[in-house]
Design a protein. Structure first.
Length: 551
């Protein structure tokens, strides 16, 4: 039997969200709005016979699915379009640690390799970076089979490597190792457990390319947040936000997102339910979190995982980071039309055989606008260590790879010369100790440090960084730094740390020397050091106040 309306398995959770009994994050309200809108406007149906068969398998498990889990399971596995295709074949479960996401995953996988899934050889791969993590849900299913041998041995065979349904030949496996050894599979479903651990898409793409060879292909992603920034999880959360806010279509992704709406809410235990939809049911979990909270308040630096993994509000390494990740993300604001406007430039030319960056800094309506470009030496010895997608960033014109032994000094100089055709560049700042490498090239395009000449090059010293750092910190906090949608600059900033002298003075350095580059941010800092006299290009004047008369 099928229904084209919201059945209790969906409605119960929607009613719970709107009941006001617990604190709920705004993402969940947006999600139920999305689901209700889909059922109202689209020709959808739920296969309740299939759903009831699946849910009947709970009798073999040591737990019952909670309302939020039944809600996700129903929409992900038993809701179809008029053409008979899964409406939401991709599911993201982004919840705080302790919510039971591995339990959900083990039940879902067990259901889909059972005889109630009519697709033959519907193989499922559970993927994770670490073997212990990949095996967690697999071993949950293994233990269910061990506990129910008498009944289930007629339907399954199993060992600690693979679980197989005798009738459908569907297999459940776990996968780790390197990407090269995993190509060519034919799975029906791919699970990504603790998605935050992936630094790039190499392994993800290899696993996913096998999908589509079986009917009703699915992916399930279960994760807390983590410490990798600008990786696949950040991009998936960004996409989820756009879906939930109606900016883009969901394209089959059901984004079940649970987190604090504001990091300040961590100090109100009633708000913790926002990040963990299971917390209401588990008193022992709340007791544990209350103990962890005391440790977090006492030492937030060494207990930052409480915010990152319990609350899904990553804070970073507070003893090093220049600002919060939230403030770095806030730089993604629209860059206005600045053609013909006055600006200053900054260059970081720390190593000719590595990364080089240059940029233009404007003031516009009280904000600092930064337009930048980077160059990367193709022969840099550090490239194998770098995980972010540099080639993709090159395609988006954020950087350029330079073939040869180094990035020539004329490269950033010529970029400034080209930019000068569009913008009014009054001055350029560069590290005092690197100026000798760039001097001739800068002079050839009209910049020099000669007091008798143009005198438009400022040589940055550590003392200048020390003096400008409070201004930069304030600008971050007030969301007054604008880079546009520039993942390269966000990466640079997230790689940068404070270096404090014994006297408490601050300069900027790298969190890790080889694989986490800071060149673009250092160029930004250099430009900030000469921003005091920079006019605000967005100011509007009332001519009546100037007492100007014409005759």
């Amino acid at each position: 039997m099928t229904y084209s309306k919201l059945i209790p398995e969906i409605q119960n959770y929607i009613d719970w969200i709107r009941s006001g009994k617990i604190a709920v994050c705004k993402d969940q309200f947006l999600l139920i709005d999305l689901v209700e809108k889909a059922f109202k406007e689209e020709d959808l149906y739920i296969d309740t016979e299939e759903l009831n068969n699946y849910l009947g398998l709970q009798k073999y498990f040591p737990f019952k699915l909670l309302d939020w889990e039944v809600f996700c399971f129903t929409l992900h596995n038993c809701t179809y379009t008029k053409k008979g295709h899964l409406r939401w074949p991709d599911l993201l479960i982004y919840v705080g640690r302790g919510a039971g996401k591995n339990g959900y995953l083990s039940f879902e996988d067990f259901a889909l390799i059972s005889q109630y899934n009519e697709v033959q050889e519907y193989h499922i791969d559970i993927c994770a970076n670490a073997e212990d993590q990949a095996k967690t849900s697999f071993m949950d299913v293994y233990n269910v089979l061990e506990e129910n041998k008498k009944k289930l041995s007629r339907h399954f065979t199993w060992n600690k490597e693979v679980i197989t349904n005798i009738k459908t030949k569907s297999e459940l496996r776990f996968r780790t190792s390197n990407a090269k050894s995993k190509d060519g599979g034919r799975p029906g479903k791919i699970d990504f457990d603790e998605y935050h651990g992936y630094e790039d898409y190499k392994l993800i793409n290899v696993f996913k390319t096998g999908l589509g060879k079986k009917k009703n292909p699915r992916t399930t992603i279960t994760t807390t947040d983590g410490d990798v920034r600008e990786g696949p999880l950040d991009k998936l959360i960004s996409r989820s936000e756009q879906i939930l806010n109606g900016a883009i279509k969901d394209n089959g992704l059901l984004p079940f997102v649970c987190r604090l709406d504001d990091k300040k809410e961590v100090h109100n235990p009633k708000m913790w339910d926002k990040a963990n939809p299971s917390l209401y049911y588990f008193d022992y979990l709340r007791d544990q979190m209350e103990r962890e909270y005391v440790d977090y308040v006492d030492d937030p630096i060494n207990n930052s995982a409480f915010m990152t993994k319990r609350m899904n509000r990553p804070e970073g390494n507070k003893d090093q980071e220049i600002t919060s990740w939230e403030n770095i993300l806030a730089t993604n604001q629209e860059i206005p039309d600045l053609k013909g406007k006055t600006c200053v430039a900054g260059i970081d030319y720390a190593s000719t055989t590595d990364f080089v960056a240059a940029g233009l800094l404007f003031k516009y309506k009280g904000k600092y606008i930064w337009i930048t470009h980077s160059w990367v030496c193709s022969n840099s010895k550090d490239l194998p260590r770098i995980k972010p997608p540099l080639k993709a960033w090159e395609e988006h014109n954020l950087l350029t790879f330079i073939d040869g032994p180094e990035v020539p000094p004329e490269t950033p100089a010529l970029w400034l010369s080209k930019m000068a055709n569009t913008y009014n560049i009054t001055k350029v700042a560069i590290d005092k100790f690197r100026f000798t490498l760039m001097r001739r090239s800068l002079e050839e395009v009209g910049f020099d440090a000669d007091k008798q000449g143009n005198n438009n090059i400022f040589l940055v010293r550590p003392s200048n960084e020390m003096m400008i750092s409070p201004t930069i910190t304030s600008a971050f906090v007030n969301k007054s730094i604008v880079w546009g949608d520039n993942p390269l600059m966000r990466w640079y900033a997230n790689n940068t740390c404070y270096i404090k002298s014994s006297a408490g003075n601050v300069t900027y350095g790298k969190i890790e020397e080889k694989s986490r580059k800071t060149d673009g941010f250092k160029a930004f800092v250099a430009a900030m050091c000469i921003s005091d006299d920079l006019p605000d290009s967005g100011e509007e004047f009332d001519l009546k106040l100037l007492d100007v008369y014409t005759y």
